[in-house]
Design a binder for this molecule. Sequence first.
Ligand SMILES: [Zn+2]
Length: 324
Amino acid sequence: MFIHIKRQILGTAFGAAVILTGGPALAEAPQIKTQVAGWYRIMVGSYEVTALSDGYLNFDNKLIQHAAPGEIAKGMERSFVEKGESIPTAINAFLINTGKKLILVDVGTAKLFGPSLGFVTENLRASGYDPAQVDLVLLTHLHGDHANGLLTPEGKIAFPNATVMATEAEATFWLDKEKAAHPPKELAAFFQMANADVAPYSAKGGFKTFKPNTEVSAGITAVPMAIGHTPGHTGFKVESGGERLIITGDVVHVGAVQFADPGVSVVYDLDDKSAIASRKTFFAQAAKDKTLLACAHVGFPGLGHLRAEGRGFVWIPVQYAPVK
Ligand SMILES: [Zn+2]
């Protein structure tokens, strides 16, 4: 369009005739209605980091707690979320190629949470890798939306050459045989999924644990985060060549409300007081340090920064750019 306008001006200036040419009439072009593959790549120092989309779910507003009357509706409006009873919420995983190891942080849902989810391995392939190349799977925690993808929808091991790791506290809580056999009713499904996801890896000696604040692989450190969401939830600090990225797991679920007010929590926070305190501290520090973040439940690719504003924060997503 701009070219045509420019030509027209030039044409007029030089007294020449302007001929506008075009393609076939629009009515002849059927709409394609597919989307690009869900992967997006950045470099952190010499480490290549690829965000992988598992898809999205509609997060029921009734699961949000500690919001003031009208706060959810206001947050949705300010974030341009379509009015309704739920907020579309992404599920993202992050693949790190250190040059020596291929490490996947969280693995999505497999196909257990409905048709809008379960695309991590498909997008991993689309991004140029194969699940068999993954050396290490690091789990932020053992909830199904982060761990179900350890298995294919048919229940087979999805990453045949990978060791799977989670924190000791997370494994102790969810994988304890006694607790798993008699879980509180509201957590029964969570216990069932966590145990089913990990069992085939454990059976071949492929499941290991780590303690907080330890370097789990060169340049990747487990940092306590979203404490209270689950007993052993962790984030991962990725450092290379003086650059840094923090993979946050579930420090935030519904950005439309929780960035402006980190005092809002969701029912899945097992200890909501701790989760809120942890979120407030982390947001403030990340905004102050201008840390690049990779969030599991922020709109794909879930990469961006936080800016402090008033009593809350604003999420600034990364801009599309070529890989340097
Ligand atoms: Zn989650």
